[in-house]
Design a protein around this ligand. Sequence first.
Ligand SMILES: [Zn+2]
Ligand SMILES: [Zn+2]
Length: 137
Amino acid sequence: MDADTARFKALLKKNRYFATKARVELFELLQNRNAIRIKDLLTLQRHQDQASVYRNIKVFEELGIINRLQLGWHSKLELSDTFQHHHHHLTCLKCGLVISLPEDPILEKQIGVLTRKNSFKATDHQLEIRGLCTTCR
Ligand SMILES: [Zn+2]
Ligand SMILES: [Zn+2]
Protein backbone atom coordinates (compact mmCIF):
# COMPACT_ATOMS: atom_id res chain seq x y z
CA MET A 1 0.00 0.00 0.00
CA ASP A 2 1.43 3.43 -0.91
CA ALA A 3 1.30 6.50 1.33
CA ASP A 4 -1.66 8.02 -0.54
CA THR A 5 -3.74 4.88 -0.15
CA ALA A 6 -2.93 4.91 3.56
CA ARG A 7 -4.03 8.57 3.79
CA PHE A 8 -7.16 7.74 1.82
CA LYS A 9 -8.05 4.94 4.23
CA ALA A 10 -7.42 7.20 7.23
CA LEU A 11 -9.69 9.88 5.73
CA LEU A 12 -12.52 7.38 5.27
CA LYS A 13 -12.09 6.12 8.80
CA LYS A 14 -12.08 9.63 10.24
CA ASN A 15 -15.42 10.24 8.53
CA ARG A 16 -16.84 6.93 9.72
CA TYR A 17 -16.73 5.15 6.39
CA PHE A 18 -15.30 1.68 6.01
CA ALA A 19 -12.34 1.30 3.66
CA THR A 20 -14.09 -1.45 1.73
CA LYS A 21 -12.30 -3.36 -1.00
CA ALA A 22 -14.53 -1.67 -3.61
CA ARG A 23 -13.63 1.83 -2.34
CA VAL A 24 -9.91 1.12 -2.26
CA GLU A 25 -10.12 -0.32 -5.77
CA LEU A 26 -11.97 2.77 -7.03
CA PHE A 27 -9.36 5.04 -5.43
CA GLU A 28 -6.49 3.08 -6.96
CA LEU A 29 -8.14 3.25 -10.37
CA LEU A 30 -8.12 7.03 -10.15
CA GLN A 31 -4.48 7.20 -9.10
CA ASN A 32 -1.91 8.19 -11.74
CA ARG A 33 -4.61 8.64 -14.33
CA ASN A 34 -6.00 11.59 -16.24
CA ALA A 35 -9.53 12.76 -15.55
CA ILE A 36 -11.95 10.00 -16.50
CA ARG A 37 -15.62 9.92 -17.51
CA ILE A 38 -17.97 8.13 -15.12
CA LYS A 39 -19.03 5.90 -18.01
CA ASP A 40 -15.43 4.72 -18.49
CA LEU A 41 -14.98 4.29 -14.76
CA LEU A 42 -18.06 2.04 -14.70
CA THR A 43 -16.61 -0.01 -17.56
CA LEU A 44 -13.41 -0.51 -15.56
CA GLN A 45 -15.54 -1.50 -12.57
CA ARG A 46 -17.78 -3.87 -14.54
CA HIS A 47 -17.45 -6.55 -11.86
CA GLN A 48 -18.87 -4.17 -9.22
CA ASP A 49 -22.50 -3.32 -8.61
CA GLN A 50 -23.17 -0.13 -10.59
CA ALA A 51 -25.31 1.48 -7.88
CA SER A 52 -22.58 1.04 -5.30
CA VAL A 53 -19.95 2.52 -7.64
CA TYR A 54 -22.21 5.59 -7.94
CA ARG A 55 -22.63 5.70 -4.16
CA ASN A 56 -18.88 5.51 -3.63
CA ILE A 57 -18.29 8.29 -6.15
CA LYS A 58 -20.74 10.40 -4.14
CA VAL A 59 -18.90 9.61 -0.89
CA PHE A 60 -15.56 10.52 -2.54
CA GLU A 61 -17.00 13.84 -3.69
CA GLU A 62 -18.41 14.63 -0.25
CA LEU A 63 -15.06 13.94 1.39
CA GLY A 64 -13.15 15.99 -1.19
CA ILE A 65 -11.24 12.97 -2.46
CA ILE A 66 -12.22 13.65 -6.05
CA ASN A 67 -13.13 16.66 -8.16
CA ARG A 68 -15.71 16.73 -10.89
CA LEU A 69 -14.68 18.62 -14.01
CA GLN A 70 -17.62 19.89 -15.99
CA LEU A 71 -17.16 19.40 -19.73
CA GLY A 72 -20.21 20.69 -21.50
CA TRP A 73 -22.85 17.96 -21.21
CA HIS A 74 -20.78 15.44 -19.36
CA SER A 75 -18.24 15.46 -16.58
CA LYS A 76 -14.98 13.77 -15.70
CA LEU A 77 -13.62 12.77 -12.34
CA GLU A 78 -10.11 13.00 -11.00
CA LEU A 79 -8.40 12.88 -7.64
CA SER A 80 -8.37 16.20 -5.79
CA ASP A 81 -5.25 18.17 -4.85
CA THR A 82 -5.13 16.20 -1.61
CA PHE A 83 -4.01 13.15 -3.54
CA GLN A 84 -2.13 14.54 -6.51
CA HIS A 85 -0.16 17.62 -7.53
CA HIS A 86 -2.18 20.78 -7.88
CA HIS A 87 -2.79 21.54 -11.54
CA HIS A 88 -5.16 23.11 -14.04
CA HIS A 89 -6.69 21.84 -17.26
CA LEU A 90 -7.20 22.57 -20.89
CA THR A 91 -10.42 20.85 -21.95
CA CYS A 92 -11.65 20.23 -25.48
CA LEU A 93 -15.37 20.90 -25.82
CA LYS A 94 -15.71 18.63 -28.84
CA CYS A 95 -13.89 15.38 -28.00
CA GLY A 96 -13.57 15.79 -24.23
CA LEU A 97 -9.77 15.63 -24.19
CA VAL A 98 -8.37 16.93 -20.91
CA ILE A 99 -4.78 18.11 -20.80
CA SER A 100 -3.34 18.53 -17.31
CA LEU A 101 -1.04 21.52 -17.19
CA PRO A 102 2.17 21.55 -15.18
CA GLU A 103 2.09 23.64 -12.03
CA ASP A 104 2.76 27.32 -12.70
CA PRO A 105 4.16 29.20 -9.66
CA ILE A 106 3.55 32.64 -11.23
CA LEU A 107 -0.12 31.86 -11.87
CA GLU A 108 -0.56 30.43 -8.37
CA LYS A 109 1.07 33.51 -6.85
CA GLN A 110 -1.23 35.79 -8.84
CA ILE A 111 -4.33 33.87 -7.71
CA GLY A 112 -3.12 34.36 -4.13
CA VAL A 113 -2.69 38.10 -4.72
CA LEU A 114 -6.22 38.42 -6.14
CA THR A 115 -7.65 36.44 -3.26
CA ARG A 116 -5.96 38.57 -0.61
CA LYS A 117 -6.93 41.80 -2.39
CA ASN A 118 -10.53 40.77 -1.79
CA SER A 119 -9.85 39.85 1.84
CA PHE A 120 -10.92 36.35 0.97
CA LYS A 121 -9.63 33.18 2.59
CA ALA A 122 -9.39 30.61 -0.20
CA THR A 123 -9.55 26.91 0.57
CA ASP A 124 -8.92 25.71 -2.97
CA HIS A 125 -9.50 26.66 -6.59
CA GLN A 126 -9.97 25.14 -10.01
CA LEU A 127 -9.20 26.67 -13.36
CA GLU A 128 -10.61 25.24 -16.57
CA ILE A 129 -9.58 26.59 -19.91
CA ARG A 130 -12.12 25.40 -22.48
CA GLY A 131 -11.73 25.32 -26.22
CA LEU A 132 -10.77 23.04 -29.08
CA CYS A 133 -7.78 20.70 -29.28
CA THR A 134 -5.54 20.51 -32.35
CA THR A 135 -7.49 17.52 -33.75
CA CYS A 136 -10.91 19.14 -33.37
CA ARG A 137 -10.00 22.62 -34.52
ZN1 LIG B 1 -10.81 17.63 -29.25
ZN1 LIG C 1 -3.91 26.65 -9.17
